[in-house]
Design a protein around this ligand. Structure first.
Ligand code: PMP
Length: 355
């Protein structure tokens, strides 16, 4: 704390991301990154940019990238906003659609960046308790004063609510914006993007960080009614005209053009997820039915924090949240089949008490 800090800085409680260890030998399963590299077209596109125009500013309107995202989603470019990772898109959305004095609602167990933004932008919030099985009730989200934000599938629980559930929350908040954070939607059945055409208060936020293997590049986007997109553009242009650099624009555009590679890697991750879930169950774990690229699990014989610590000692990093209600669960990112085999072997060994 310093007397020079603004009131805004004083009230911040910054988000703590999962550990990023530089040790190459570690099996890193703690931040839901994709175990596969991005499409080879991404590298090609970036190399071409490097040879070209880096001395020039990038496009402030990112038209080409917006166009390919629109094409991929069957909507128009005016319905797309692109930001520096979906975290930035979410931060801009808090500024664009939520107001001090009007409480927003989000689940009590959810992405821990939401309360961080709420504090930063002075937006009050109410948290909605999840059901006993970690699914979300719909009604408590109805008629929120200031708006709603929630991930679908939810993080870190990995559970997906179907589109009729999402639509009921959207329809029952006609005067405020409902933000559906779809960071993991490509590993789940159906996106709410198809509801955007008929609901002007719905904003869907997605990312290239998970299903397109581009966490290191920072490209996220929002899809919604052109009036919502215009609000986000106004915020961005009051903050930084060039949030997406030339390499990121080229790389992300190439990633969206390689649908085949995307389909293949997403399918591989889903298959590995099912295999891991079954194997964990055989080891006595309770595993929630994941529709994401991670699983959320607990074991009745050993505390999750101990499992987390023992795995870390063995060079495998998973994520544990010290939060009441989920502190006996740990989250495992889906890696390659080989990584999952190493994990399962270590878990078996740890549970047998041989360490
Ligand atoms: N939303 C959720 C639910 C997430 O888990 C994450 C990843 N930490 C993000 C948004 C942010 O992703 P990115 O900024 O990499 O697009």
């Amino acid at each position: 704390m310093s007397k020079f800090w603004s009131e805004m800085v004083k009230r911040t409680e910054p988000y703590v991301p999962g550990e990023q260890l530089n040790d190459r030998d570690i099996i890193k399963l703690n931040t839901n990154e994709n175990p596969y590299p991005p499409s080879p077209l991404v590298k090609e596109a970036i190399l071409k940019q490097l040879e070209g125009q880096l001395r020039l500013y990038p496009s402030p309107t990112v038209d080409e990238l917006r166009r390919v995202i629109a094409e991929t989603n069957g909507i128009s470019a005016e319905q797309v906003f692109v930001g520096n990772g979906s975290d930035e898109v979410l931060a801009f959305s808090f500024m664009a659609f939520f107001n001090p004095g009007k409480p927003i609602r989000f689940p009590a167990i959810t992405y821990s960046f939401y309360p961080v933004y709420a504090k930063l932008f002075n937006i009050p919030y109410e948290t909605i308790e999840v059901n006993e099985d970690f699914t979300l009730p719909a009604k408590p989200f109805f008629g929120a004063d200031g708006g709603v934000i929630l991930p679908n599938p939810n993080a870190p629980t990995s559970l997906y609510m179907d589109l009729s559930w999402v639509e009921s929350v959207v329809v029952n908040n006609p005067d405020t914006v409902v933000i559906i954070d779809e960071a993991y939607i490509d590993f789940a059945p159906e996106s709410a993007v198809q509801l955007v055409k008929s609901h002007e208060n719905l904003l869907v936020v997605q990312t290239t960080s998970k299903s397109r293997s581009l966490a290191g590049m920072r490209v996220g986007y929002a899809i919604g009614h052109p009036a919502l997109i215009e609000a986000l553009i106004r915020i961005k242009d009051s903050f930084n005209s060039y949030t997406i650099d030339r390499l990121a624009i080229a790389g992300a555009t190439a990633a969206f053009k390689d649908q085949k590679y995307f389909d293949e890697t997403v399918l591989k991750i889903k298959e590995t997820r099912e295999r891991l879930t079954e194997a964990l169950k055989e080891l006595g774990f309770n595993v929630l039915p994941s529709q994401t690229n991670f699983v959320f699990a607990s074991h009745s014989n050993m505390r999750a924090v101990d499992l987390y610590t023992k795995l870390k000692d063995e060079g495998i990093l998973v994520r544990h949240f010290n939060q009441s209600g989920i502190d006996n669960y740990f989250r495992i990112t889906i890696g390659t089949d080989e990584q999952m085999d190493s994990l399962l072997k270590k878990l078996e060994w740890i549970l047998a008490g041989e360490n």
